[in-house]
Design a protein around this ligand. Structure first.
Ligand code: PLP
Length: 399
Protein backbone atom coordinates (compact mmCIF):
# COMPACT_ATOMS: atom_id res chain seq x y z
CA UNK A 1 0.00 0.00 0.00
CA UNK A 2 1.12 3.56 -0.51
CA UNK A 3 0.40 6.83 1.17
CA UNK A 4 0.47 10.30 -0.33
CA UNK A 5 1.86 11.84 2.86
CA UNK A 6 5.35 13.15 2.40
CA UNK A 7 6.49 14.73 5.63
CA UNK A 8 8.26 11.70 7.05
CA UNK A 9 11.74 12.56 8.18
CA UNK A 10 13.64 9.41 9.07
CA UNK A 11 16.81 11.35 9.87
CA UNK A 12 15.61 11.75 13.40
CA UNK A 13 15.32 7.98 13.80
CA UNK A 14 19.07 7.70 14.04
CA UNK A 15 18.99 9.94 17.09
CA UNK A 16 17.21 8.93 20.25
CA UNK A 17 14.09 11.01 19.86
CA UNK A 18 11.42 10.98 17.19
CA UNK A 19 10.32 14.36 15.87
CA UNK A 20 6.77 15.55 16.46
CA UNK A 21 6.11 15.14 12.73
CA UNK A 22 7.33 11.54 12.82
CA UNK A 23 5.11 10.75 15.79
CA UNK A 24 2.08 12.24 14.10
CA UNK A 25 2.76 10.36 10.88
CA UNK A 26 3.18 7.09 12.75
CA UNK A 27 -0.08 7.59 14.62
CA UNK A 28 -2.09 8.55 11.54
CA UNK A 29 -0.62 5.61 9.62
CA UNK A 30 -1.67 3.18 12.36
CA UNK A 31 -5.15 4.75 12.41
CA UNK A 32 -5.37 4.32 8.66
CA UNK A 33 -3.76 0.92 8.13
CA UNK A 34 -3.61 -0.72 11.57
CA UNK A 35 -0.56 -2.33 13.18
CA UNK A 36 1.89 -3.88 12.64
CA UNK A 37 3.37 -1.68 9.91
CA UNK A 38 6.62 -1.09 8.12
CA UNK A 39 7.03 2.52 6.98
CA UNK A 40 9.31 2.82 3.96
CA UNK A 41 10.80 6.24 3.11
CA UNK A 42 12.05 6.38 -0.49
CA UNK A 43 13.91 9.64 0.25
CA UNK A 44 16.31 7.64 2.41
CA UNK A 45 16.86 5.16 -0.43
CA UNK A 46 17.87 8.08 -2.68
CA UNK A 47 20.04 9.64 0.03
CA UNK A 48 21.93 6.39 0.70
CA UNK A 49 22.39 5.57 -2.97
CA UNK A 50 23.81 9.06 -3.59
CA UNK A 51 26.06 8.87 -0.52
CA UNK A 52 27.61 5.60 -1.67
CA UNK A 53 27.89 6.82 -5.27
CA UNK A 54 29.79 9.87 -4.01
CA UNK A 55 32.01 7.77 -1.77
CA UNK A 56 32.84 5.36 -4.62
CA UNK A 57 32.93 7.73 -7.62
CA UNK A 58 34.39 5.25 -10.11
CA UNK A 59 32.22 2.30 -9.15
CA UNK A 60 28.93 1.25 -10.77
CA UNK A 61 26.46 0.34 -8.02
CA UNK A 62 24.26 -2.70 -8.54
CA UNK A 63 21.66 -2.71 -5.75
CA UNK A 64 21.35 -6.26 -4.36
CA UNK A 65 17.61 -6.90 -4.08
CA UNK A 66 17.93 -9.59 -1.40
CA UNK A 67 17.67 -7.38 1.76
CA UNK A 68 14.51 -5.55 0.60
CA UNK A 69 12.97 -6.80 -2.64
CA UNK A 70 10.22 -4.16 -2.74
CA UNK A 71 8.86 -2.69 -6.01
CA UNK A 72 9.02 0.89 -4.69
CA UNK A 73 12.72 0.45 -3.88
CA UNK A 74 13.37 -0.85 -7.40
CA UNK A 75 11.45 2.05 -8.97
CA UNK A 76 13.21 4.65 -6.82
CA UNK A 77 16.67 3.31 -7.65
CA UNK A 78 15.80 2.94 -11.31
CA UNK A 79 15.01 6.68 -11.35
CA UNK A 80 18.36 7.32 -9.69
CA UNK A 81 20.12 5.51 -12.52
CA UNK A 82 21.18 2.55 -10.40
CA UNK A 83 22.02 -0.90 -11.68
CA UNK A 84 20.80 -4.11 -10.03
CA UNK A 85 22.20 -7.35 -8.63
CA UNK A 86 19.89 -10.36 -8.97
CA UNK A 87 20.20 -13.83 -7.46
CA UNK A 88 16.96 -15.68 -8.23
CA UNK A 89 14.27 -15.95 -10.89
CA UNK A 90 11.86 -14.19 -8.52
CA UNK A 91 14.19 -11.18 -8.40
CA UNK A 92 14.52 -11.30 -12.21
CA UNK A 93 10.71 -11.19 -12.42
CA UNK A 94 10.49 -8.20 -10.07
CA UNK A 95 12.97 -6.01 -11.98
CA UNK A 96 11.47 -7.09 -15.31
CA UNK A 97 8.01 -6.05 -14.08
CA UNK A 98 9.33 -2.65 -13.05
CA UNK A 99 10.90 -2.09 -16.46
CA UNK A 100 14.58 -2.25 -15.46
CA UNK A 101 16.67 -2.51 -18.64
CA UNK A 102 18.41 -5.92 -18.56
CA UNK A 103 21.79 -4.38 -19.46
CA UNK A 104 21.73 -2.78 -16.03
CA UNK A 105 21.59 -6.15 -14.24
CA UNK A 106 23.95 -8.92 -13.22
CA UNK A 107 23.06 -12.33 -11.78
CA UNK A 108 25.36 -13.18 -8.89
CA UNK A 109 24.15 -16.44 -7.35
CA UNK A 110 27.18 -18.75 -7.53
CA UNK A 111 25.00 -21.91 -7.71
CA UNK A 112 22.20 -22.05 -10.28
CA UNK A 113 19.79 -24.48 -11.88
CA UNK A 114 19.59 -24.52 -15.64
CA UNK A 115 16.15 -22.88 -15.37
CA UNK A 116 17.63 -20.00 -13.34
CA UNK A 117 20.16 -19.35 -16.11
CA UNK A 118 17.48 -19.58 -18.81
CA UNK A 119 15.11 -17.22 -16.96
CA UNK A 120 17.84 -14.59 -16.59
CA UNK A 121 18.91 -14.96 -20.23
CA UNK A 122 15.30 -14.71 -21.45
CA UNK A 123 15.06 -11.40 -19.60
CA UNK A 124 18.35 -10.26 -21.14
CA UNK A 125 20.72 -10.50 -18.19
CA UNK A 126 23.89 -12.16 -19.40
CA UNK A 127 26.48 -11.62 -16.64
CA UNK A 128 26.71 -14.54 -14.18
CA UNK A 129 28.96 -15.67 -11.34
CA UNK A 130 30.73 -19.03 -10.90
CA UNK A 131 33.10 -20.30 -8.23
CA UNK A 132 33.73 -23.89 -9.35
CA UNK A 133 34.14 -26.05 -12.47
CA UNK A 134 30.83 -27.87 -12.01
CA UNK A 135 29.06 -24.51 -12.30
CA UNK A 136 31.26 -23.39 -15.19
CA UNK A 137 30.23 -26.50 -17.16
CA UNK A 138 26.59 -25.35 -16.98
CA UNK A 139 27.54 -22.45 -19.27
CA UNK A 140 28.96 -24.59 -22.11
CA UNK A 141 25.46 -24.57 -23.61
CA UNK A 142 25.28 -20.76 -23.46
CA UNK A 143 28.91 -19.83 -24.18
CA UNK A 144 27.99 -17.45 -26.99
CA UNK A 145 25.59 -15.52 -24.73
CA UNK A 146 27.27 -15.09 -21.36
CA UNK A 147 30.06 -13.25 -19.57
CA UNK A 148 31.16 -14.68 -16.23
CA UNK A 149 32.68 -13.36 -13.02
CA UNK A 150 34.72 -15.77 -10.90
CA UNK A 151 33.97 -15.32 -7.19
CA UNK A 152 36.80 -15.51 -4.71
CA UNK A 153 36.43 -16.29 -1.03
CA UNK A 154 37.72 -14.02 1.75
CA UNK A 155 36.69 -15.23 5.20
CA UNK A 156 35.43 -12.64 7.72
CA UNK A 157 34.38 -13.83 11.16
CA UNK A 158 33.47 -10.29 12.31
CA UNK A 159 30.73 -9.68 9.73
CA UNK A 160 26.99 -10.22 10.43
CA UNK A 161 27.06 -12.83 7.68
CA UNK A 162 30.37 -14.33 6.56
CA UNK A 163 29.32 -14.94 2.97
CA UNK A 164 32.69 -16.45 2.04
CA UNK A 165 32.06 -19.56 4.12
CA UNK A 166 29.47 -20.81 1.68
CA UNK A 167 30.69 -19.30 -1.61
CA UNK A 168 33.90 -18.39 -3.38
CA UNK A 169 37.13 -20.10 -4.38
CA UNK A 170 40.86 -19.62 -3.78
CA UNK A 171 43.03 -17.57 -6.15
CA UNK A 172 44.59 -20.81 -7.49
CA UNK A 173 41.14 -22.31 -8.16
CA UNK A 174 40.10 -19.07 -9.85
CA UNK A 175 43.01 -19.36 -12.27
CA UNK A 176 42.04 -22.97 -13.02
CA UNK A 177 38.47 -21.85 -13.73
CA UNK A 178 39.74 -19.08 -16.04
CA UNK A 179 42.02 -21.54 -17.89
CA UNK A 180 39.25 -24.10 -18.26
CA UNK A 181 36.83 -21.43 -19.47
CA UNK A 182 39.31 -20.55 -22.21
CA UNK A 183 39.36 -24.22 -23.32
CA UNK A 184 35.56 -24.30 -23.29
CA UNK A 185 35.25 -21.01 -25.14
CA UNK A 186 33.43 -19.29 -22.29
CA UNK A 187 34.15 -15.59 -21.75
CA UNK A 188 35.39 -14.67 -18.28
CA UNK A 189 34.68 -11.00 -17.69
CA UNK A 190 36.33 -10.62 -14.31
CA UNK A 191 36.47 -11.41 -10.60
CA UNK A 192 34.07 -10.83 -7.72
CA UNK A 193 33.93 -11.23 -3.96
CA UNK A 194 31.75 -10.39 -0.96
CA UNK A 195 33.72 -9.60 2.20
CA UNK A 196 30.70 -10.24 4.45
CA UNK A 197 27.61 -8.24 5.32
CA UNK A 198 27.99 -5.25 7.71
CA UNK A 199 31.78 -5.31 7.44
CA UNK A 200 33.13 -2.71 9.88
CA UNK A 201 36.74 -2.68 8.66
CA UNK A 202 37.49 -1.36 5.15
CA UNK A 203 40.81 -3.19 5.26
CA UNK A 204 38.84 -6.37 4.40
CA UNK A 205 38.02 -4.83 1.01
CA UNK A 206 41.58 -3.62 0.54
CA UNK A 207 43.00 -7.12 1.09
CA UNK A 208 40.46 -8.66 -1.28
CA UNK A 209 41.07 -6.02 -3.98
CA UNK A 210 44.84 -6.53 -3.72
CA UNK A 211 44.51 -10.30 -4.03
CA UNK A 212 42.24 -9.90 -7.06
CA UNK A 213 44.76 -7.54 -8.64
CA UNK A 214 47.44 -10.24 -8.27
CA UNK A 215 45.14 -12.90 -9.76
CA UNK A 216 44.48 -10.56 -12.71
CA UNK A 217 48.23 -10.17 -13.25
CA UNK A 218 48.78 -13.93 -12.98
CA UNK A 219 46.05 -14.56 -15.55
CA UNK A 220 47.89 -12.31 -18.01
CA UNK A 221 51.22 -14.04 -17.21
CA UNK A 222 49.61 -17.39 -18.04
CA UNK A 223 48.52 -16.11 -21.41
CA UNK A 224 44.84 -15.90 -20.50
CA UNK A 225 42.59 -13.13 -21.82
CA UNK A 226 42.79 -9.93 -19.73
CA UNK A 227 39.99 -9.50 -17.21
CA UNK A 228 37.95 -6.33 -17.59
CA UNK A 229 35.81 -6.21 -14.44
CA UNK A 230 36.21 -6.32 -10.66
CA UNK A 231 33.06 -6.68 -8.55
CA UNK A 232 33.76 -5.66 -4.94
CA UNK A 233 30.40 -6.99 -3.66
CA UNK A 234 28.26 -5.60 -0.85
CA UNK A 235 28.82 -5.46 2.90
CA UNK A 236 28.99 -1.68 3.45
CA UNK A 237 28.06 -0.98 7.10
CA UNK A 238 25.30 1.13 8.68
CA UNK A 239 24.61 2.39 12.23
CA UNK A 240 22.46 0.07 14.30
CA UNK A 241 23.17 0.38 18.00
CA UNK A 242 26.92 0.80 17.33
CA UNK A 243 28.36 3.73 15.37
CA UNK A 244 30.24 2.75 12.23
CA UNK A 245 32.70 4.79 10.18
CA UNK A 246 31.02 7.41 7.93
CA UNK A 247 30.83 5.99 4.41
CA UNK A 248 33.14 8.63 2.84
CA UNK A 249 35.88 7.78 5.31
CA UNK A 250 35.18 4.03 4.99
CA UNK A 251 35.70 4.17 1.22
CA UNK A 252 38.99 6.15 1.22
CA UNK A 253 41.27 3.07 1.55
CA UNK A 254 39.01 1.14 -0.84
CA UNK A 255 39.41 3.81 -3.52
CA UNK A 256 43.17 3.82 -2.94
CA UNK A 257 43.34 0.08 -3.50
CA UNK A 258 41.14 0.37 -6.60
CA UNK A 259 43.42 3.05 -8.05
CA UNK A 260 46.20 0.44 -8.34
CA UNK A 261 44.16 -1.65 -10.79
CA UNK A 262 44.89 -1.34 -14.51
CA UNK A 263 42.86 1.53 -16.02
CA UNK A 264 41.08 -0.94 -18.29
CA UNK A 265 39.39 -2.61 -15.31
CA UNK A 266 35.82 -1.49 -14.70
CA UNK A 267 34.75 -1.68 -11.05
CA UNK A 268 31.26 -2.53 -9.85
CA UNK A 269 29.72 -3.18 -6.41
CA UNK A 270 26.63 -4.93 -5.04
CA UNK A 271 25.42 -2.91 -2.02
CA UNK A 272 22.26 -4.10 -0.29
CA UNK A 273 22.06 -3.24 3.40
CA UNK A 274 23.69 0.19 3.03
CA UNK A 275 21.02 1.36 0.59
CA UNK A 276 17.94 0.16 2.48
CA UNK A 277 18.64 -0.41 6.21
CA UNK A 278 17.75 3.11 7.33
CA UNK A 279 14.78 3.44 4.98
CA UNK A 280 12.23 1.50 7.03
CA UNK A 281 10.94 1.65 10.55
CA UNK A 282 8.62 -0.86 12.12
CA UNK A 283 5.55 -0.02 14.14
CA UNK A 284 4.16 -2.69 16.45
CA UNK A 285 1.46 -2.36 19.08
CA UNK A 286 1.08 -3.95 22.50
CA UNK A 287 -1.47 -6.82 22.37
CA UNK A 288 -1.28 -7.74 26.07
CA UNK A 289 0.98 -7.85 29.11
CA UNK A 290 1.93 -9.90 32.15
CA UNK A 291 4.24 -9.69 35.17
CA UNK A 292 6.83 -12.48 35.25
CA UNK A 293 9.91 -12.72 37.48
CA UNK A 294 9.80 -9.04 38.40
CA UNK A 295 9.59 -7.80 34.83
CA UNK A 296 6.67 -6.63 32.74
CA UNK A 297 6.28 -8.65 29.57
CA UNK A 298 4.67 -6.77 26.68
CA UNK A 299 3.37 -8.96 23.87
CA UNK A 300 3.56 -7.13 20.55
CA UNK A 301 1.81 -7.90 17.26
CA UNK A 302 5.18 -8.24 15.45
CA UNK A 303 8.17 -10.33 16.47
CA UNK A 304 11.10 -12.51 15.44
CA UNK A 305 8.92 -14.60 13.12
CA UNK A 306 7.89 -11.34 11.44
CA UNK A 307 9.70 -8.03 10.86
CA UNK A 308 12.24 -8.80 13.61
CA UNK A 309 13.42 -11.97 11.86
CA UNK A 310 16.80 -10.26 11.45
CA UNK A 311 17.39 -10.78 15.17
CA UNK A 312 17.77 -14.47 14.30
CA UNK A 313 18.94 -14.49 10.68
CA UNK A 314 21.00 -11.30 10.55
CA UNK A 315 22.53 -10.75 14.01
CA UNK A 316 21.15 -7.19 13.90
CA UNK A 317 20.19 -5.19 17.02
CA UNK A 318 17.58 -2.60 16.14
CA UNK A 319 17.21 0.69 18.06
CA UNK A 320 13.77 0.59 19.72
CA UNK A 321 11.66 3.55 20.79
CA UNK A 322 8.31 3.94 22.49
CA UNK A 323 6.03 6.89 21.90
CA UNK A 324 4.91 6.71 25.52
CA UNK A 325 6.23 9.43 27.82
CA UNK A 326 6.84 8.39 31.41
CA UNK A 327 9.28 9.26 34.15
CA UNK A 328 9.26 5.91 35.89
CA UNK A 329 10.86 3.21 33.79
CA UNK A 330 11.00 -0.43 34.78
CA UNK A 331 12.90 -3.42 33.37
CA UNK A 332 10.68 -4.91 30.71
CA UNK A 333 10.54 -7.58 28.04
CA UNK A 334 9.26 -7.07 24.51
CA UNK A 335 7.96 -10.32 23.06
CA UNK A 336 6.45 -11.22 19.70
CA UNK A 337 2.95 -12.55 19.21
CA UNK A 338 3.56 -16.23 18.45
CA UNK A 339 3.23 -19.06 20.95
CA UNK A 340 6.94 -19.86 20.68
CA UNK A 341 9.32 -18.87 23.49
CA UNK A 342 12.14 -17.93 21.10
CA UNK A 343 9.90 -15.07 19.95
CA UNK A 344 11.41 -12.36 22.19
CA UNK A 345 12.63 -9.05 20.73
CA UNK A 346 14.31 -7.50 23.78
CA UNK A 347 14.80 -8.37 27.45
CA UNK A 348 15.77 -6.16 30.38
CA UNK A 349 15.00 -2.93 28.59
CA UNK A 350 13.86 0.07 30.58
CA UNK A 351 10.39 1.15 29.52
CA UNK A 352 7.68 3.38 31.00
CA UNK A 353 4.43 1.62 31.88
CA UNK A 354 2.72 0.79 28.57
CA UNK A 355 -0.96 0.24 27.92
CA UNK A 356 -2.36 -2.24 25.47
CA UNK A 357 -2.43 -0.56 22.07
CA UNK A 358 0.70 1.55 22.75
CA UNK A 359 3.26 1.56 19.96
CA UNK A 360 6.86 0.32 19.81
CA UNK A 361 8.97 1.71 16.97
CA UNK A 362 11.94 -0.16 15.55
CA UNK A 363 14.46 1.88 13.56
CA UNK A 364 16.98 0.72 10.94
CA UNK A 365 14.46 -1.93 9.94
CA UNK A 366 14.95 -1.86 6.15
CA UNK A 367 17.45 -4.65 5.53
CA UNK A 368 16.81 -8.35 6.05
CA UNK A 369 13.58 -7.76 8.02
CA UNK A 370 10.39 -8.16 5.97
CA UNK A 371 12.53 -10.05 3.44
CA UNK A 372 12.97 -12.93 5.88
CA UNK A 373 9.63 -12.65 7.73
CA UNK A 374 7.32 -15.66 7.97
CA UNK A 375 3.58 -16.23 8.59
CA UNK A 376 4.26 -18.63 11.47
CA UNK A 377 1.22 -19.25 13.68
CA UNK A 378 -0.83 -17.43 11.01
CA UNK A 379 0.29 -14.03 12.25
CA UNK A 380 0.20 -11.92 9.10
CA UNK A 381 3.36 -10.09 8.14
CA UNK A 382 3.45 -6.35 8.72
CA UNK A 383 2.15 -4.32 5.80
CA UNK A 384 4.57 -1.92 4.14
CA UNK A 385 3.44 1.69 3.67
CA UNK A 386 5.48 3.65 1.14
CA UNK A 387 6.34 7.34 1.58
CA UNK A 388 8.00 9.88 -0.69
CA UNK A 389 7.93 7.80 -3.82
CA UNK A 390 8.10 10.20 -6.74
CA UNK A 391 5.42 8.73 -8.96
CA UNK A 392 2.44 10.33 -10.66
CA UNK A 393 -0.01 8.02 -8.95
CA UNK A 394 0.79 8.29 -5.26
CA UNK A 395 -2.15 6.20 -4.16
CA UNK A 396 -0.93 3.11 -5.98
CA UNK A 397 -1.52 -0.03 -3.92
CA UNK A 398 1.56 -2.15 -3.45
CA UNK A 399 0.38 -4.79 -1.01
C1 PLP B 1 23.55 -10.49 0.10
C2 PLP B 1 24.42 -10.16 -1.04
C3 PLP B 1 24.73 -8.81 -1.34
C4 PLP B 1 24.31 -7.65 -0.47
O1 PLP B 1 25.11 -7.61 0.67
P1 PLP B 1 24.96 -6.45 1.77
O2 PLP B 1 25.84 -6.93 2.86
O3 PLP B 1 23.53 -6.39 2.14
O4 PLP B 1 25.43 -5.20 1.15
C5 PLP B 1 25.50 -8.57 -2.45
N1 PLP B 1 25.94 -9.56 -3.24
C6 PLP B 1 25.65 -10.86 -2.99
C7 PLP B 1 26.17 -11.89 -3.92
C8 PLP B 1 24.91 -11.20 -1.87
O5 PLP B 1 24.66 -12.49 -1.62
Amino acid sequence: MASSRSVLNFQSFTSQALSADDVQLIETSVEQFGAPLLMLDCDIIRQQYRALSNALPNVTLHFALKPLPHPAVVRTLLQEGASFDLATSGEVELVAQEGVPAERTIHTHPIKRDADIRDALAYGCHVFVVDNLNELAKFKAYNDQVELLVRLSFRNSEAFADLSKKFGCTPEQALTIIETAKEWNIHIKGLSFHVGSQTMNPQKYVEAINTCRVVMEQAVERGLPALSTLDIGGGFPVNYTKQVMPIDQFCVPINEALSLLPETVQVIAEPGRFIVAQSMMSVASVMGQAERDGQTWYYLDDGVYGSFSGLIFDDAQYPLVTLKQGDECAPSVLAGPTCDSIDVIAENIMLPKLDNGDLIIGRMMGAYTSATATDFNFFKRAQTVVFNEQVANCERMIG
